[in-house]
Design a binder for this molecule. Structure first.
Ligand code: NDP
Length: 254
């Protein structure tokens, strides 16, 4: 029997990049995966098709997570779809992966941009967890996709870094709060991963070299590198790990 057989997982931002990698990996472990996306339904459908191609089950749910309204919309659609497909609206694994970056320096960051970053990267996971508490089964898993920038100083993207620091603090306190229900809560902190956000600079030779040299392992991360760590935290093997910040940077800046 596969490790996540009978489990349902909601992965936010699963239309592309790291989220798609996580969705595929959890589905390969037997989980029924809710593929959340913001606006790119075609990409979400591609993730679902890739999961079905390996014999897994998944369905897409779209909602922009810029506001509390977006979280409510996601949960409304999720409830309807889960009840229709499984008979109830509960699930086992929540991966808060959807997130946005910034290209503004500390000096350039406007109030609007800071608010936008916090809305997507902190406020949405906060309320998604708060409003999912009655839906999340005892013994479940919450995994927050944070970042290596909470350990390694990158002051040129200050505003983004603060959002991921907040997410790690959320992880710590949630783990204590939800421990009595057997729910584990962990952060996974990727280093540089080859996804759309990094393409403009990572696909230039000097950018690639910079990124490769950052990791002790001498290469850039792939979504599957992160997905494997998330799969561990989501699985029964991860049951005794909670409230932790799991470094997934390939040994960057050791
Ligand atoms: P991508 O830009 O490749 O994908 C982002 C995903 O999040 C997409 O599925 C997108 O949906 C969704 N999303 C973005 N904004 C919103 C929004 N406002 N509302 C709803 N959904 C939204 O990102 P990555 O895969 O690179 O990153 C995933 C996570 O990993 C993020 O939290 C990021 O901060 C973190 N991370 C990434 C690193 C990297 O090097 N790539 C390093 C460290 C951390 P849609 O496709 O519909 O737009």
């Amino acid at each position: 029997m596969k490790r996540l057989e009978g489990k349902t997982a909601l992965v936010t931002g699963a239309s592309r990049g790291i989220g798609r990698g996580i969705a595929l990996r959890l589905a390969a472990e037997g989980a029924n995966v809710v593929v959340h996306y913001g606006t790119r339904i075609d990409d979400a459908n591609e993730t679902v098709a890739a999961i079905e191609a390996i014999g897994g089950t998944a369905f897409p749910v779209g909602a922009e997570l810029n506001s509390l309204e977006g979280v409510d919309r996601l949960l409304k659609i999720l409830d309807e779809e889960l009840i229709r497909r499984t008979g109830n609206n509960t699930f086992d694994i929540l991966v808060n992966n959807a997130g946005i970056g910034t290209s503004s320096s500390f000096e350039e960051t406007s109030e609007e941009e800071l608010d936008r970053l916090f809305a997507v990267n902190v406020k949405a996971p906060f309320f998604l967890v708060q409003k999912s508490l009655e839906r999340l089964r005892d013994g479940g898993r919450i995994i927050n996709i944070s970042s290596g920038v909470t350990r390694i100083a990158f002051p040129h993207i200050m505003a983004y870094n603060l959002t991921k620091g907040a997410l790690n603090t959320f992880t710590l306190h949630l783990a204590k709060l939800l421990g009595p229900r057997g729910i584990t809560v962990n952060s996974v902190m990727p280093g540089i991963v080859d996804t759309d956000v990094n393409k403009p600079w990572l696909h230039a030779p000097e950018g690639r070299k910079f990124a490769e040299e950052m990791s002790a392992l001498g290469r850039v991360g792939e979504p599957s590198d992160i997905a494997d760590i998330v799969a561990f935290a989501a699985s029964p093997d991860g049951r005794w790990v909670t409230g932790q910040m799991l470094d997934a940077t390939g040994g960057s800046h050791l």
